[in-house]
Design a protein around this ligand. Sequence first.
Ligand code: UTP
Length: 292
Amino acid sequence: MTTKVKKAVFPVGGLGTRFLPATKAMPKEMMPVVDKPLIHYAVEEAVAAGIEEFIFVTGRGKSAIEDHFDHSYELRDELAARNKTVEIAELDAWLPPAGAVAYTRQQVPKGLGHAVWCARNLVGDAPFAVLLADDLVLTDKPCLAQMVEAHIETGGNLVAVMDVPREHTGRYGVLDPGETRGRLVEVRGLVEKPAPAEAPSTLSVIGRYILQPEVFGHLESQVPGAGGEIQLTDALARMIGGDPFHGFRYDGKRFDCGDKVGFIQANIAFALARDDLRGGVSAYLKSLDLGA
Ligand code: UTP
């Protein structure tokens, strides 16, 4: 029987250099899409997938994330003094239960694989989810909930995948795909950031994973890969041939919010998806004279 996925790891220890100077004193994961920080969307998605324990791998300058998921006496008092009861209820509604959130520090940002490895003692010996907050998926049924449902059938390791233009394979972990069954694709191989000519396919991993705890053993060696970083993909590649390993073609539109164009697109798409903002935003977009 497949073990239920109860824990999620949120690696938030990266430097966010592509967004400097915004990320000099503010974590990239706190940048808002419309009116919610990226990390808030990720935690909401985990909650919707039935996750009960939230493990953040943070780093220097990331304390705003801890404050965000904490009780704020000053703000509550101020809101209460102004009779803003709706706002208080809204704040309370999404606060994780006491003891459900744990933080550990990645002292040096050595790469995503290293960040996940830093969570090993908090995760323990059960399958767990990993969510990268800068990948945002706009969909009716949250991406991780779709994956948790699929994982009940597949067990093993499951990674969210999407087809990317071949010229972009150098930005992703890319699958050597085996058999396809509905949304599931058997993983025969995985390569981190291959050049377009060398990529085994265009099917690429995005920031949602359900992993077996054996991955920690494969990360132990701490061997740097592409870009001199300890890559999660390299450890995952070493797990192929063991437990079942599938790519999952999720339903939804993914935005790479670690990239400026992707971040701007996400703001527009998420605003257009909201009843209170659609009118104003679409009127503005229509008014733009974009030339040819
Ligand atoms: P990115 O690859 O986008 O790196 O990380 P980054 O450092 O955040 O941003 P750039 O490339 O310098 O602009 C994807 C996710 O993995 C986390 C990041 O915080 C982000 O949520 N990460 C990355 C870590 O936790 N530790 C690392 O060493 C690297």
